[in-house]
Write a protein that binds this ligand. Sequence first.
Ligand SMILES: Cc1cc2nc3c(=O)[nH]c(=O)nc-3n(C[C@H](O)[C@H](O)[C@H](O)COP(=O)(O)OP(=O)(O)OC[C@H]3O[C@@H](n4cnc5c(N)ncnc54)[C@H](O)[C@@H]3O)c2cc1C
Length: 497
Amino acid sequence: MVGGGHNALVAATYLARAGRSVLVLERLDHVGGAAVSASPFPGVRLSRYSYLVSLLPDQIVSDLGLRLTLRNRAVSSYTPVVRDGRHTGLLVGGSATEDSFRSLTGSDAEYQRWQEFYGSIARMAEVVASTLLSPLPSREVLRGLVADAAGANAWRWVFDQPLAQTLEEVFTDDVVRGVVATDGLIGTHTSLASPDLMANRCFLYHVIGNGTGDWRVPVGGMGAVTAELARVARESGVRVVTSAEVTAVSADGTTAEVGYRHDDVEHTVAARYVLSGVAPSVLDRLLGRPPRDTASGAQLKVNVLLDRLPRLRSGVPAADAFAGTFHLDESYSDLETAYRESAAGDLPLRPPGEMYCHTLTDRSIVDSPDGHTLTLFGLHTPTGLFADPRARDELVARYFAGLNRYLLDPIESCLTHVDGHPCLEVRTPLDLEAELAMPSGNIFHGALTWPYSSTPDWGVATDIANVLVCASSAQRGGGVSGIAGHNAAMSLLGSDR
Ligand SMILES: Cc1cc2nc3c(=O)[nH]c(=O)nc-3n(C[C@H](O)[C@H](O)[C@H](O)COP(=O)(O)OP(=O)(O)OC[C@H]3O[C@@H](n4cnc5c(N)ncnc54)[C@H](O)[C@@H]3O)c2cc1C
């Protein structure tokens, strides 16, 4: 197993339990890849990179016997808005949703459209989710399943036409369109109108998790998820070696050899199969091939610790506004403007992003009784922008200025300080490449792919028969899901009886 990300741990456990001898080689001194917790500030254990769980199927949790608590958030999202010079916003989640739509849009029509749209999406989600742990269906079969369950519109909206067209067909309000659109742009640098439908694929994977699309907070942070995966792997007999960087892979379809460096000593191990838990271009290099291009990642991750939550100008309590996803300058027009600016090589003037306060759902990650973590996941900040070393600080300043437009208390006044320094950590796509070997900082190891194929396989094959992909770049593999790991293990066990 090359790499010890969460997907590799899932694959390793299934294989070890099926009686295979499994070795996991991880270059860092810990497993988990982007699904880990860290303590950048005293008394805090936060999800350093990924933070919410949706795509991890209950079946994998139960097959592996993972002891996890995934907690629903009290609010789905809040979007602060200035309309006609008045501070207001859109609150989605619970009984306040309908009133919030009416007060923002002036009628009930947009809310009814929202209900109908997400009703169809939920029915689509159930059928697509039910196919993810099986060999890939054909496009025709999947289309039939979706159309039967959710109607032909659901298929067209998500699979056939650019997301921008869907948003303009279904919704009328710029802010409502933006709230829907953001699911198509997480970690994905594209226009919503792009004919390659990259945003549609990203949207799809953000709404189908476990058939509900609910994004839940892992209690104890992402580190708790990886700790459980590591526990079941070890208990199943998997041998995990950390600080072991794989330096070469050779395979002829039947046998394989993996070279790695551990404790400054070069090792070689022979294997029947190699499962790649790393990005495709990393595997290319290990195979001695020119690395393929990887679509740029596009997110800025900022984690801060606050003494208190800031009050909002709209009057909505901070404990409601920040309990779910806080959309910052993410209207449909904001998103497209920021895309155009960033694609032209400029820092977005009003960079869009979303914020999360995990401590409102899980207090176990912070020791102090009043402290709160706040995480920003910024959109449309591709790798190229960071060629200028000043870009990182300038973007953080623009995000803070954007947030402060909606706050009574400037965010800087709420930051916790230790030894005179604010508790703030920033990760650009370049940092992800350096720390996690995610090429171009792409959080999915590359552009996401459709969950169908003309060949009924598991979507984990490479051009070498005994090298399989057990990572994010497998078909249906993006996010913290373990799906790629499960499917690689099933593919191997199915072809090697
Ligand atoms: C900032 C950020 C926020 C995110 N937010 C979310 C979220 O909230 N929810 C969600 O579902 N997903 C989220 N994601 C995406 C998710 O984290 C990834 O899709 C997921 O981690 C992929 O898991 P993986 O096991 O396939 O690969 P990775 O997590 O990338 O793990 C690959 C492992 O391989 C190791 N490796 C690389 N090269 C070598 C080598 N030569 N030898 C040995 N080991 C090597 C790496 O060190 C790493 O440990 C986020 C990602 C990022 C970066």
